[in-house]
Design a protein around this ligand. Structure first.
Ligand SMILES: [Fe+2]
Ligand SMILES: [Fe+2]
Length: 205
């Protein structure tokens, strides 16, 4: 079996699985993230296949019940933080990442894909572009509509790091306004972006 065929099979298998697990709205969002991630990968010189797999799987557990999420995390002996116990939806990325690693341990760049999936909501000091791409695509895919989204889309094509920073910043601001939890991963990523400030275009911050 050729390498290409095998990777095509993995993609097909994942699509079948998410079709079963996601409601129509979430599936549409996932396909939007897929399209946007591919666009970003092309523009920013990243490999398409790992980005595709991460995008397709990022919300694989998003439609599971909260009680199921807790149960599955326990079953797989995943550490449940206080924040995740308080808001079990936070577990959906961790569950998907763990599942991907178990199913495809030998997949090329699996650690980077799993990291991207695990932290797609919070952000992270990602070790590769795959993480930033999926994080950004999750917020900018075509079904997302909010003030400023078109400007962010334009920016994400020109300057991945600044788009990443601004989306993190928007999430922190929203969490403060709505009394949502702010996770340490988000703050670490935000701080790292500021420390690497040479990569952020000041016009936009
Ligand atoms: Fe998600
Ligand atoms: Fe998502």
């Amino acid at each position: 079996m050729g390498l290409l065929l095998k990777s095509d099979m993995i993609v097909e298998e994942i699509i079948e699985r998410i079709k079963k697990n996601l409601n129509p709205k979430r599936l549409e969002h996932t396909m939007g993230v897929l399209d946007y991630s591919i666009l970003l990968a092309e523009k920013h010189d990243e490999e398409i296949l790992p980005v595709k797999i991460g995008a397709l799987y990022h919300d694989a557990y998003r439609n599971h019940k909260k009680s199921e999420m807790i149960q599955m995390a326990k079953k797989h002996q995943l550490h449940i933080t206080k924040e995740e116990a308080f808001n079990p939806v936070l577990l959906h990325g961790k569950l998907a990442a763990n599942d991907l690693k178990n199913r495809y341990p030998n997949l090329l760049r699996i650690e980077e894909i799993a990291q991207a999936v695990e932290y797609h909501t919070t952000g992270y000091v990602f070790s590769s572009k795959i993480g930033k791409i999926i994080f950004i695509a999750d917020s900018l895919e075509k079904n997302r509509i909010y003030p400023g989204v078109d400007e962010l889309r334009k920016l994400s094509i020109e300057d991945l790091n600044t788009a990443f920073f601004l989306i993190l910043k928007g999430k922190v601001r929203l969490a403060l306004e709505k009394n949502h939890l702010i996770l340490k991963e988000t703050l670490k990523a935000y701080n790292r972006a500021l420390i690497n400030r040479e990569s952020i275009n000041d016009q936009h911050s």
